[in-house]
Write a protein that binds this ligand. Structure first.
Ligand code: ZN
Length: 177
């Protein structure tokens, strides 16, 4: 019987519940044992079999971390473009001075300044996963060496249009990430 082990490629379906509310239902395929999914979940999937279902509770510290009050920062309102509409409580995609994209939520606003929460939206949340293991296969040597999945000989991240999804920075991603 196939079980989830280090260096296996695992496909699983999951429902994610946070604070009693289902927030996500999806399929995911990943390389086990390389930190490609949140540690608390990866740990619990170890040794599961194909077709097996499990409820996995992951405490905030083992998921996206505790909420960090130091990650709420005050920025000058003037640093936003004039026509940019700042919406309180909505995740916004922003760009810093060196051009890096990041996500933040405006939590307070006055004429001169904006308080931005840079914590991950799931920070401080306990996550409840309903997981079903769909398939398990051995990883290829290349996948093990890179520490992530490859599809048809390429990096998993390279299938997306602009950004290398896993940010691997491997040479196999040169030119596409
Ligand atoms: Zn790669």
């Amino acid at each position: 019987m196939n079980t989830v082990q280090y260096n296996t490629v695992v496909q699983f379906a999951y429902n994610l519940t946070v604070d009693g509310e289902e927030v996500e239902s999806n399929l995911l395929e990943y390389l086990h044992g390389h930190g490609n999914i949140i540690p608390g979940l990866e740990h619990e999937l170890m040794d599961m079999q194909e077709g097996e279902q499990k409820k996995v509770l992951v405490a905030a510290a083992d998921a996206y971390g505790e909420f960090d009050p130091n990650m709420v920062v005050k920025v000058d309102r003037a640093s936003f473009p004039e026509d940019f509409e700042i919406q309180l409580g909505e995740p916004m995609n922003l760009r810093d001075q060196s051009g890096h994209m990041f996500q933040a939520i405006a939590v307070a606003l006055d004429e001169d300044s904006v308080d931005l929460d840079l914590n991950h939206p799931m920070a401080g949340k306990n996550l409840e996963f309903d997981v079903t293991i769909l398939s398990i296969r051995p990883a290829t040597e290349e996948e093990i060496a890179h520490g992530h999945l490859h599809y048809q000989g390429g990096c998993s991240g390279c299938s997306s249009d602009s950004d290398c999804g896993d940010g691997c920075g491997d040479s196999c991603c040169d030119g596409c990430c």
